[in-house]
Design a protein around this ligand. Sequence first.
Ligand code: UT7
Length: 332
Amino acid sequence: MTQEHKRLRSVVKGVGSALPKRCVSNRELEREVDTTDEWIVQRTGIEQRYIAGDDETTSTLGAAAARAALATADCLAEDIDLIICATSTPDYTFPSAATMIQADLGITKGVAFDVQAVCAGFVFAVATADKFLTSGSHKRALVIGAETFSRILDWRDRTTCVLFGDGAGAIVLEAQEAQAAEGTAADRGVLTSQLRSDGRHRAKLYVDGGPSTTQTTGHLRMEGKEVFRFAVGQVTDVMREAFAATGTTADDLDWFVPHQANRRIIDASAQKLGIAPGKVVTTVQFHGNTSAASIPLALSVACADGRIKRGDLVMIEAIGGGFTWGAVIIRW
Ligand code: UT7
């Protein structure tokens, strides 16, 4: 008799995060930048952000978040055979932040690499890890979003420097058999990932330096209004496709955990999709925009305070430079 082969799912085992020691309020920024607490709160919802000190880097924050995720997953570093770090602000041009985190954790087996999709990086990294785990090639993954955007900000440009912050978040994913051979939306784990990119929008959000052009790190440049328009106008396509791929609707969702760039973008996206305000996890007020770290930081907050529980249906969604954008539905 042939044995039934059940499909594999990437199940979330743990989540953790790490923030720099220094927290900077809007009021504190007012002293350095021609801005006001009122403007920042009204336009973005941001109240404070964390800024990395000299002894804190993307990889040290990423490793701290990874350790916290391993602890909640009740998992040892040696059980991990795949590390994917989403970042646009690695410690060095190379090696990858992921290999630095791997060494920091004392892991000597498996594979570690970075994914670069700017603010959509964590969504892209989860989707990538899911492909590895559900193929059967790897068993347990650390998926990390870690950034030090403070290092690429132009502190003389008030239209961008007040928006971003530093931090890291991580989840542990484990390949587990689905309940039924073909898999259903009742399974725990990643149920679908929908990713998109369109490089024609490059000039709306970019860094004006790099190894192959200026040989400098460069500074972040953004046409905020254009990014805002795209984020609210276009990005819901991947969310609709994620619902269609899983046969679920906004009503079935327990939690919507979008990229944390701007409260107005988050609220408008949720409203457009018919997601009830009570299901939206918003942490932009605490962290600012931490790019690829924002979703795992938000997941970490909502798991720690008991909102996200085992069995809940969770959608993560983000848009970043490129543009790159995507949505993933996970049964927690
Ligand atoms: O992570 C993915 C990428 N990022 C985003 O998703 C960000 C998307 N964009 C946004 O969140 C918003 O467009 C911003 C928060 C960046 C800007 O909000 P806005 O409502 O689009 O404002 P605006 O750019 O139209 O600026 C309005 C005014 C301008 O003054 P005038 O020309 O009306 O006199 C700006 O000079 O606000 C002024 N302004 C500021 N004032 C005080 C711009 N930055 C500041 C500031 N403090 N920091």
